[in-house]
Design a protein around this ligand. Structure first.
Ligand code: GCU
Length: 678
């Protein structure tokens, strides 16, 4: 059963035998000029395995020479022109892009580079696996060069906010011996066109830089290289002192500068194509440039300069904030990123990218778009998403995340009164930046499902698709994933599509609606209902709920002034409660529980109703899934059924905990008389 999980969406389940299958499948696979470690070589073997498994046909692998008929030719455009002749019709491609043309059983898969060719091979196999034999001819290029994932793996093998078992990379302080799972991860990532993995936790341990571990990183990079996936690492800012034995880590100190450039040299000796560094500085207890009175830009540029000779990139995180005092009405953690980074716009080196979480707080079930995207006009930016469901049910709840991510990617910030979609900002288009893109915290582990749950894999799949094309459609993406993962049964497709599309709205309803954030335990586990933990502490994820009122006043006129961090049109919309959408009402405004929303309901009644309706929907997932018995193999059927059974119960726990908490706080009865005092 394990292979069900390890292959993820690359199962290549046999199609029911059709004549199409036989007449349209090429008899040969022509691999242009590939060495064994090249992604093109992998493309060749992947095509051979895929064709055999999907269509039951054996295709001959031919290396380095062209063969015209009944062939799938895979290589770079340049190699094709040299080996096979002219190709006039192909449009310009960006780096990693590819051309795919299928005419009967003649197929061309041509990349702008090796990586692109491999991506094209996966695309073709994805079509076949879904029974799609149509004739196509198109070119596709990535929206942005940075399509990374982050793993929060610690060297001892644990994973911060990971729910799929221990690390596939590290154990006992070093890199694991057997890198089979790393290769399998590389294969999955290549198929969704991810081009780099940061392998260790942002809360980084400097001992990653030991000479033994540098060799280990070299082995990880070797394992990933055939898949076109590069390795990046998280750095601990204080390493020169804590690991290097210097008495300072001041980013402007010449011995510190030398130390980092020496470490960088050593890294590139072991990993010649290293992607770069990820840095969390001056945040949540992590060291940074602040104690030396240096700016975050000076901190980021230290690494940028060390990487420049090698073409590496620094992903510098915008997740920087301080603890605050709730008795200060104007204190607001949501403002921190703009406060810290806006003054530094334009001061970062060209190979620095500011990695910005989608919302201003921390991966909540709903947040407004981070205003920082609108405030860095002369700096590269990337969006940070989270595939691992930290606050969002930790893989024990079904939550298909792209609809949430799209609320941010598709948001128009109206910078200078011009269309300014977040997806066009992070891809560099809006402000003409060369670098940009996205990163997602994924946290797969050694569990054979990777993430700890079969259904959660739709989020990883769709993340890759959105990194390539942030305009892609959540429903279309999940449908491809379902067919690739569970086969072509139309009932399975319909049911699982519906469940997936209903899942985020349901979780939103029972865990944190109207923009109040996720009412989970925020002090430690980030799991389960615990609304009391939001307030009376320094974390700044406050609700300011009391007997009569609730919500954060983030207006300029009377509150924290956060709304003023947005461009004029957006600021005006959020400043005024009449134009603030209900779903962010409590994010921006402090109101009476009896305040009437645009929907006509009071805030408290909306709470009660949303919690009941969210839990009802979650319960329906269980029955919907049960209707698929016999249509999904038993192992996966039972695994998912067990999780949904749990979710059914836990959604009721959520519903009752939150409804009762606020009923007890407000004494305002539920119109439908469902909620009562304990
Ligand atoms: C969240 C998460 C932490 C993580 C942090 C970050 O707060 O709970 O575990 O370190 O984000 O993104 O740096």
């Amino acid at each position: 059963a394990a292979e069900n999980g390890l292959d993820g969406w690359l199962r290549y389940a046999p199609l029911p035998c059709t004549t199409q299958c036989h007449s349209k499948v090429p008899a040969n696979i022509v691999v242009l000029n590939a060495t064994e470690t090249s992604p093109i070589y992998v493309a060749g073997t992947e095509l051979q395995t895929g064709l055999k498994s999907i269509c039951g046909s054996h295709a001959e692998l031919i290396h380095g020479q062209c063969k015209a008929s009944s062939s799938v030719v895979v290589g770079t455009i340049e190699q094709y022109r040299k080996t096979c002749g002219n190709l006039s019709e192909i449009p310009e491609l960006e780096e990693d892009g590819f051309w795919l043309s299928t005419k009967g059983n003649d197929v061309q898969i041509l990349g702008s580079n090796d990586r692109g060719a491999l991506y094209g091979a996966f695309e073709y196999l994805s079509m076949l696996a879904q029974g799609n034999f149509s004739e196509v001819a198109y070119a596709t290029s990535p929206s942005a060069p940075i399509r990374w994932v982050n793993q929060w793996d610690n060297l001892d093998g644990s994973i911060e906010r990971g729910y799929g078992g221990p690390s596939i990379f590290f154990k006992n302080g070093t890199v694991v011996e057997d890198l089979t799972r790393v290769k399998q991860y590389g294969r999955l990532l290549a198929s969704i066109r991810i081009n780099a993995v940061v392998v260790n936790n942002v809360n980084a341990n400097a001992s990653l830089l030991s000479s033994e571990n540098l060799k280990g990183l070299g082995r990880i990079a070797d394992a990933f290289r055939p898949y076109g996936v590069k390795v990046g690492i998280s750095l601990n800012f204080a390493s020169p002192e804590t690991f290097g034995g210097l008495d300072t880590y001041d980013p402007l100190n010449s011995s510190v500068i030398k130390w980092w450039s020496n470490i960088t040299d050593q890294l590139y000796q072991n990993v010649p194509d290293m992607a770069g560094y990820l840095v969390k500085g001056d945040s949540e207890g992590q060291p940074g440039p602040e104690i030396y009175n240096r700016t975050l830009a000076q901190g980021a540029n230290l690494f940028a300069k060390a990487l420049q000779p090698y073409g590496g990139i620094v992903m510098f995180r915008a997740f920087v904030y301080n603890q605050l005092n709730e008795s200060d009405w104007k204190a607001d953690r949501a403002k921190a990123a703009v406060d810290f980074f806006k003054p530094l716009d334009g001061e970062f080196e060209e190979n620095v990218v500011i990695q910005i979480k989608y919302g201003p707080i921390d991966f909540q079930v709903r947040e407004p778009t981070s205003p920082l995207f609108a405030n860095l006009l002369n700096t590269n930016t990337a969006i940070e998403l989270e595939v691992t469901q930290e606050y969002l049910g930790q893989q024990s709840h079904l939550v298909y995340l792209p609809p949430l991510w799209k609320t941010v990617l598709d948001f128009d910030l109206r910078v200078d009164h011009k269309p300014s979609l977040v997806r066009d900002i992070v891809t560099g288009k809006r402000f003409n930046r060369k670098l940009g893109g996205s990163a997602a915290v994924v946290n797969v582990g050694t569990n054979t499902t990777w993430l700890g749950s079969y259904l959660s894999m739709s989020n990883l799949y769709a993340y890759g698709r959105l990194a390539w094309n942030p305009a892609d459609d959540p429903e279309a993406m999940v449908q491809d994933w379902i067919q690739l993962t569970f086969g072509l049964d139309p009932t399975v497709l319909k049911t699982l599509t519906r469940m997936s599309m209903e899942s985020w709205p349901a979780y939103l309803n029972y865990s944190g609606n109207l923009g109040i954030q996720t009412l989970t335990d925020i002090l430690y586990t980030h799991y389960g209902p615990n609304p009391a933990t939001q307030d009376n502490n320094g974390w700044g994820q406050w609700t300011r709920a009391d007997h009569t009122t609730v919500g954060m006043d983030r207006t300029i006129s009377n509150g924290t002034g956060y709304s003023g961090q947005y461009p004029e049109e957006i600021a005006a919309m959020y400043e005024n409660i009449d134009t603030t959408p209900d779903n962010l009402c409590l994010w921006f405004h402090h109101v009476n529980w009896t305040h009437h929303l645009h929907s006509g309901k009071t805030v408290i009644q909306h709470f009660y109703d949303a919690h009941y309706s969210g839990a009802d929907t979650a319960q329906s997932f269980f029955t919907q899934w049960e209707s698929l018995k016999g249509k999904v193999d038993e192992e996966r059927y039972n695994h998912v059924r067990h999780r949904l059974d749990y979710q059914t119960g836990h959604s009721i726990v959520w519903r009752d905990a939150i409804s009762n908490f606020y009923y007890n706080m407000t004494s305002i009865p539920d119109d439908s008389k469902r909620v009562s005092h304990y």
